[in-house]
Design a protein around this ligand. Structure first.
Ligand SMILES: Cc1cc2nc3c(=O)[nH]c(=O)nc-3n(C[C@H](O)[C@H](O)[C@H](O)COP(=O)(O)OP(=O)(O)OC[C@H]3O[C@@H](n4cnc5c(N)ncnc54)[C@H](O)[C@@H]3O)c2cc1C
Length: 251
């Protein structure tokens, strides 16, 4: 990772600020940063009391878009996000010129089916990845699972419909809302859905060593899901030994 210095920052402009809920929002930004790869994250910053305060955010946009986009949760008493929440179109925002991270298709070994599992804002990075051709070319089936607490946290439904229309025979989208019972959505925690076979039956896809998993978001979900998959003989992908699970923890 390169050091964060003032020269790494590009001054961008907020193009659009979308409030999905009171605490969940996304920002589209115009900033000429160095090229990035879908699945990577940048750092977003604001100058607060003469200090640059930054946090990492995965791109929701893909390199094919002519804007940058991130989705974020407004953390009560958080240092940066309450300030991000106040930005309006036209306001300045700092974006790191460099992009970081290895949650990218190049790091995912070959397989037959790809499970993309995210909770909360953790589904955003999959939107970026699925906007590119690579995952669709490499895998016969892609199962996107989004776990949220409430229905209104199911972001990017329009974009997901586009994936459905473009890849009807390859794409399976499963949503689970844990704190509400919603028609058309599961009402289970993801690790439970793996343990009890529900996610396999709904997607009509067997979890096996020819499956690849990408997990992103809440560290508890990631830890528990890895443990469930380990019980099925599926292991983390490492540089030293290829496996089937690639992860990105948000905190
Ligand atoms: C590689 C990477 C990519 C990330 N990408 C995203 C992203 O795309 N969207 C995003 O919202 N966050 C993302 N994060 C987390 C983000 O960087 C910040 O931690 C978050 O925005 C809080 O900033 P803050 O200064 O307001 O809160 P802080 O004062 O720094 O408080 C941090 C605390 O907030 C909680 N928290 C952090 N992130 C979340 C979250 N997403 N949902 C619920 N609780 C959270 C945790 O308890 C954490 O300890 C990412 C983190 C990493 C390491």
């Amino acid at each position: 990772m390169q050091p964060i210095t003032k020269s790494n920052w590009i001054e961008g402009k907020v193009l659009e600020h979308i409030n999905w809920t009171e605490t969940l929002a996304s920002i589209k930004i115009d900033a000429k940063v160095k090229p990035y790869v879908s699945g990577q994250f940048t750092r977003i910053a604001l100058e607060i009391n003469n200090e640059i305060i930054s946090r990492p955010y995965s791109y929701v946009s893909s390199p094919l878009d002519n804007f940058l986009e991130i989705v974020y949760v407004k953390i009560p008493n958080g240092i940066l996000t309450p300030k991000l929440g106040k930005l309006k179109p036209g306001d300045k925002i700092l974006v790191n010129n460099n992009s970081y991270g290895y949650f990218v298709m190049n790091e995912v070994p070959e397989g037959d089916n790809l499970w993309m599992i995210g909770t909360g804002t953790g589904s955003g990075v999959f939107i970026s990845l699925l906007k590119t051709e690579e995952p669709w070319k490499r895998f016969n089936k892609i199962i996107l699972i989004h776990g949220v607490r409430k229905e209104n946290e199911l972001t990017y439904q329009d974009q997901i419909k586009k994936f459905n229309l473009k890849y009807p025979h390859k794409f399976i989208y499963i949503k689970s809302v844990t704190r509400e019972k919603i028609k058309g959505c599961l009402n289970i925690r993801i690790p439970n859905g793996i343990n009890n076979g529900k996610l396999e039956s709904i997607s009509n896809t067997k979890i096996s060593k020819s499956s690849q998993f990408m997990l992103c978001g809440n560290p508890d979900m990631i830890k528990e899901t890895i443990s469930c998959l380990n019980n099925k003989g599926i292991e983390i992908n490492r540089k030293s030994k290829l496996g089937n699970i690639t992860i990105e923890k948000y905190w």
